[in-house]
Write a protein that binds this ligand. Structure first.
Ligand code: A3P
Length: 272
């Protein structure tokens, strides 16, 4: 009832739709939704609820910045608008297009073990196909070709973080892109959110009391103004199986790309 009453209150006269001051650019299945929802706990942040896909889809990009702005939530002066579209990270034209909009926009990239991300990516596509009663090959058939890693598999390419990151670095200085550790966000979200607040120059308003571990969900959920919220069941679902042999091959394959990515970002992650 309270929620309905609140939405019936007209917005303040100085509330308007603004272009984002920060964008979560990816990576798909890295924890982008969790990061957006957690950032939304901050009173100075307004987020676009749906993925906008402006910089990665030509049919949207052609509509221009007026269209893009119209996808944004209402915000007050001094508030930061944030949108997330994981497809930006891997889209070849996105970095130049984002820079053309605003060379000072701040970028957030949440990463996760690339092998784990790949399996999560496959699991999502499998689920979507099953919903439409369409068949899909087992993961190992897509991942391996004649006993070797199939480098043309799209989900594998999306996990080659160094390739995509280097395109962003061609358009933005390193310190304009904040890298969030997706595994750390799952284990203990508060310290990661503190780092994000600092990067975005927001006053510290997110508190440990905004998070509680939900044993049924197996993940942290959010608490704000008496409401509690867990991400939907598409986040944190069981992964499709992968044999130990294939997983080892995958981990070996990612060793060199990961090393290159660590060099680019100036830190390392405990990935397989
Ligand atoms: P899995 O479903 O593979 O576990 P994205 O939002 O970019 O699609 O990322 C989805 C991933 O977010 C999930 O991947 C899950 O592991 C991760 N995640 C991080 N924090 C979470 C949280 N608090 N609740 C649910 N999922 C979370």
């Amino acid at each position: 009832c309270l929620r309905e009453l609140r939405s019936a209150v007209p917005p303040p006269a100085n509330a308007t739709q603004r272009l984002p001051g920060a964008i979560i650019i990816g990576v798909r299945k890295g924890g982008t939704r969790a990061l957006l929802e957690m950032l939304n706990l901050h009173p100075d942040v307004e987020v676009a609820k749906a993925e906008v896909h402006f910089f990665n889809l030509d049919e949207h990009y052609r509509r221009g910045l007026g269209w893009y702005r119209a996808q944004m939530p209402l915000s007050l002066p001094g508030q930061l608008t944030v949108e997330k579209t994981p497809g930006y990270f891997t889209a070849p034209l996105a970095p130049a297009r984002v820079r053309a909009m605003d060379r000072d926009v701040r970028l957030l990239l949440i990463v996760r073990d690339p092998a784990e991300r790949l399996v999560s990516d496959y699991t999502q596509v499998l689920h979507n196909r099953q919903q439409r009663q369409k068949p899909y090959q087992p993961l190992e058939e897509l991942l391996l070709h004649r006993g070797r890693i199939n480098t043309s598999y799209k989900a594998l390419q999306r996990s080659l973080y160094h390739q995509h990151f280097s395109r962003w670095l061609a358009h933005f200085p390193r310190d304009q892109i904040h890298v969030v550790d997706g595994e750390a966000l799952i284990r203990d979200p508060f310290p990661e959110l503190q780092r994000v607040e600092r990067f975005l120059e927001l006053p510290p308003r997110i508190a440990p009391s905004n998070f509680y571990f939900n044993t049924t969900k197996g993940f942290y959920c959010l608490l704000s103004a008496g409401h509690d919220k867990c991400l939907d069941e598409s986040k944190g679902r069981p992964h499709a199986p992968l044999s130990t042999t294939a997983l080892h091959m995958l981990c070996r394959f990612f060793r060199e790309p990961n090393r290159r990515f660590f060099n680019m970002v100036g830190r390392s992650f405990a990935w397989c």
